[in-house]
Write a protein that binds this ligand. Structure first.
Ligand SMILES: Cc1cc2nc3c(=O)[nH]c(=O)nc-3n(C[C@H](O)[C@H](O)[C@H](O)COP(=O)(O)OP(=O)(O)OC[C@H]3O[C@@H](n4cnc5c(N)ncnc54)[C@H](O)[C@@H]3O)c2cc1C
Length: 411
């Protein structure tokens, strides 16, 4: 059987490894980190068929510019005189229109629903990662946001998702964990959630069982290309021959793709989270606090809060205290009884969401290099879309028809 080498051991790389190993391939994963704390670990753990509208959407540019002047805002583009940023911005501008959103919505919805089914299969095997189907509550405090959120809810309903539009009283009835200070909410019954760190452990155990070799702390630096085929992978720990190669390098994809003479426009969207352990008094339904764009996820006995999207570069590892304060302020505004304090810097996690300018993930066979498949750019939906993306990677390499149409996920 062919040997498939996967570069990148985040959730996208590991789910690809899983479905490829299940198909009988010999699978090897390379990751430069110790694979314990990257973007796939501290995220909000939401599985979101509800998220059908890509980041590139009408109105986002004007909103983004407004937010750039507010240091507590949830979205920020770090201004730099940099060719990659300018190119990304231009492409984002080109995609931020209704026509793109209309094409993106059904594609994202299909991919997401497939992923949810695959998570259900995993959970049947062993729910060590606390998979739960409680839906997602979009909570809001102003009429203006209510209008936007209702509009999105109607679009999701039109695609066949089950959506409830709730009054203030109905929100209180549903959210029994703690009081909310909102004027209403939209409940997407389609959504689910997991504990990301526990899922990463689960999938690593599965890969171990399937004899997948994982080389952590191994950086891929270059490639040997022969006859339009990647023949060898050059790492800091030696050179490895391969038959197939999968690029799943998240926010680092542009730099590694350059070594393959491929242009991928991705910028990291830095986000923060913090987790309070062993909390009895906490929200019981995963929620988005819409005005602050804060994600709230109960994970077994813990509760995780996450937010902010700073479009930046991968060397920017600073924790911006103002933006973190913005998250804390939103939580205390929406949940008056929680009284959350600013987390210490050492208790604050950050991760880089790999953001494409179209807001669409890439799941595609390269057109020039015959044995290269690219799977990256999942932005704020990487956990949600990982199993489906991994399954499609295995179908592409096996030359089988893909489970969902991949036209919107091309390079
Ligand atoms: C605050 C926050 C909340 C989020 N909440 C959610 C959520 O609720 N639901 C959801 O679906 N998504 C969420 N996300 C997004 C999700 O976490 C990401 O989309 C996902 O983790 C991306 O996975 P990945 O495997 O593509 O990238 P990563 O997890 O970043 O993995 C890429 C890997 O490639 C490795 N790598 C890079 N270059 C090399 C090289 N040269 N050699 C070897 N290895 C290399 C890196 O070390 C890294 O481990 C959130 C993100 C953030 C920041």
């Amino acid at each position: 059987m062919k040997k498939v080498s996967i570069i990148g051991g985040g959730i996208i790389g590991l789910c690809s490894a899983y479905y490829l190993a299940k198909e009988g391939y010999e699978v090897v994963v390379f990751d430069k980190s110790d694979m314990n704390d990257g973007c796939s670990y501290g995220n909000a753990g939401m599985i979101v068929p509800s998220h059908i509208i890509p980041l590139a959407q009408p109105g986002m540019i004007a909103q983004g510019i407004k937010w750039m002047f507010d240091s507590h805002s949830p979205f920020y583009v770090k201004p730099r005189l940099n060719a990659d940023l300018m190119k990304w911005g231009l492409l984002f501008y080109k995609h931020a229109n209704l026509k793109h959103v209309e094409k993106a919505m059904p594609a994202l919805c299909d991919l997401s629903l497939l992923s949810k089914e695959l998570y259900q299969d995993f959970a049947k095997e062993s729910n060590s990662f606390f998979y739960e189907e409680k839906g997602l509550l979009m909570l809001y405090k102003t009429d203006k946001t209510a209008e936007e959120i209702h509009h999105e809810g109607k679009l999701a309903e039109a695609l066949g998702l089950e959506v409830d539009f709730l009054s203030k009283e109905e929100v209180s009835k549903l959210e029994k964990g703690t009081a909310t200070n909102v004027i209403g909410g939209v409940h997407y019954k389609s959504d689910a959630h997991i504990y990301p760190q526990k899922f990463m452990q689960f999938i690593k155990d599965e890969l171990n069982r399937l004899n997948v070799k994982i080389h952590s702390q191994t950086t891929v630096n270059n490639f040997v290309i022969k006859n339009n085929t990647v023949a060898e992978i050059v790492t800091d720990k030696g050179t490895f021959a391969t038959d197939e190669i999968v690029l799943a390098t998240g926010s680092w994809s542009p730099e590694i793709a350059k070594k393959l003479n491929i242009n991928i426009s991705i910028l990291p969207g830095k986000g923060y989270s913090f987790t309070l352990k062993g909390q009895n008094h906490k929200p019981s339904i995963p929620s988005i606090l819409c005005e602050g764009k804060v994600a709230v996820t109960p994970m077994n006995t813990d509760i995780r809060f996450g937010g902010t999207m700073e479009i930046t570069h991968t060397k920017d590892t600073k924790i911006n205290q103002n933006r973190l304060q913005g998250i804390v302020n939103s939580i205390n505004d929406f949940y008056p009884d929680l009284k959350i304090e600013m987390p210490k810097e050492e208790d604050t996690w950050f991760g880089f969401r790999p953001c494409t300018p179209s807001g669409m993930p890439i799941i595609a066979r390269d057109k020039k290099l015959k044995n290269l498949t690219v799977v990256t750019g999942h932005a704020m939906m990487g956990l949600s879309l990982a199993p489906a993306s991994g399954k499609i990677v295995s179908e592409i390499i096996s030359e089988k028809p893909t489970s969902v149409d991949t036209q919107m996920f091309q390079l």
